[in-house]
Design a protein around this ligand. Structure first.
Ligand code: HEC
Ligand code: HEC
Length: 349
């Protein structure tokens, strides 16, 4: 059971079993990660050559991220869809909604730990955050702008932005690349490690994870085959192999009436890529419902039952997928384990 209530602009989500997590991204100061050691259980952060991760650039990126001025009619910011209090996703919408109430094709993915993704978007069509940043700003069903220059014009006429860009990048520096660098820097700071699982696994804290979650881990890393795609080997892990797989979700949704989504195939045009999607991270996954690229499964229990039944009868389904013979209790234990993947949030105090 989960209760949500608002206290001043502060949303407190109280998970009765997990204790109180308070998330307040608009007021608290975000922690600048140590790129060599961003948190227990996480690998190091690789920053592209032309990008930077300084305090002033992160602050600028944060302002841009929360600013509706980035959308054509000033109604939508990045945070409208990537809601910080909801794990940088949107819990109440299977698919995102942009300017003029236009419904997008896909579910909003989390941005927590996006610093570690090898490719961006569920079909991997962008290879860096910098390359990704302008796509939502220009997408007709997201922020709806028809040109880069109209957005840059709005930003440059704002006094506060003028001084922030100057401090971050020097004189006359409001340009396309610097907007992308700032948005990327903010997102790279959204790291989240140190989950109960990390403490249990990497620091041998026996009490960090209860017996049910521990059984769930054994299943995840064994009989249930989850580890094959949600990779967990190594000293820093994201529970993703950063590859694309067909788990049968898209085929199932289409049979239930959704429009066709061919996933990675739309980019590569390789037949075997049909209906494959990027393996998402499972860190903080309890915060990011509904699930899958189309938000078609609403709870983690539904997700594990989906896997237990072998996905769907998609003829191109991954050979790794198959019935798992998990008992009701096994399913519960795996869900309990997924709960233990919630990490620290990158906020001061
Ligand atoms: C209208 C809702 C909406 C807005 C506004 C929006 N996004 Fe997204 N975002 C999405 C959806 C939906 C996806 C997944 C789309 C896909 O994969 O094809 C996504 C994907 C992403 C990804 C890739 C995540 C991953 O796991 O690969 C990043 C990064 C991102 N958005 C950042 C931003 C930034 C930065 C902004 C503001 C400039 C922004 N988004 C604005 C809905 C939105
Ligand atoms: C064949 C590779 C593969 C296996 C095996 C696999 N997954 Fe996944 N998982 C994926 C892919 C790919 C997606 C994204 C699918 C989509 O968006 O349509 C995904 C999505 C998920 C999601 C939704 C995450 C989100 O944010 O929407 C959860 C939760 C999940 N998997 C848990 C598990 C568990 C638990 C197991 C084991 C029972 C498992 N997975 C086995 C590849 C796999």
């Amino acid at each position: 059971m989960m209760m949500c209530y608002w206290v001043d602009h502060l949303r407190v989500i109280s998970f009765l079993s997990v204790g109180i997590i308070s998330l307040n991204f608009s007021e608290a100061d975000i922690v600048i990660p140590d790129s060599e050691d961003p948190g227990l259980g996480l690998p190091s952060i690789v920053i592209p050559e032309d990008s930077k991760l300084t305090k002033s650039i992160i602050k600028l990126g944060e302002k841009l991220f929360f600013d509706k001025l980035l959308s054509r009619d000033r109604t939508v910011s990045c945070a409208t869809c990537h809601v910080p209090e909801q794990g940088f996703t949107q819990n109440d919408r299977p698919k995102s909604v942009g300017v003029d109430g236009k419904i997008g094709r896909r579910n909003t993915p989390t941005l927590l730990n996006i610093a570690f993704a090898d490719s961006l978007f569920v079909d991997g069509r962008a290879s860096s955050l910098e390359e990704q940043a302008w796509q939502p700003i220009l997408a007709e069903d997201e922020m709806g702008n028809s040109s880069v220059s109209e957005v840059l014009d709005r930003i440059s006429t704002d006094k506060k932005y003028q001084s922030m860009f100057k401090n971050s990048f020097g004189e006359k520096s409001v340009n396309k690349d610097n907007v992308a660098i700032a948005l990327s820097a903010y997102q790279r700071a959204l790291v989240s490690g140190g989950s109960p699982y990390d403490k249990w696994y990497y620091e041998s804290e026996a009490e960090a994870m209860g017996p049910s979650a521990q059984r769930g881990y054994q299943l995840f890393a064994g009989q249930a085959q989850c580890w094959q795609c949600h990779q967990i080997a190594g000293s820093g892990v994201l529970f993703s192999d950063n590859l694309f797989h067909n788990t049968g979700v898209s085929f199932r949704s289409h049979k239930l009436g959704a429009s066709v989504d061919l996933g990675r195939y739309e980019i590569t045009k390789i037949n075997d890529d049909k209906r494959t999607f990027k393996t998402p991270t499972l860190r903080n996954v309890t915060l990011t419902a509904p699930y899958m690229h189309d938000g078609s499964l609403s709870t983690l229990e539904e997700v594990v039952r989906f896997y237990n039944d072998g996905g769907s009868d998609d003829p191109l389904i991954s050979p790794i997928m198959g019935s798992l013979n998990l008992s009701k209790n096994d399913i519960k234990d795996i869900v309990e384990y997924l709960h233990a993947l919630n990490g620290n949030l990158p906020l001061k105090n």
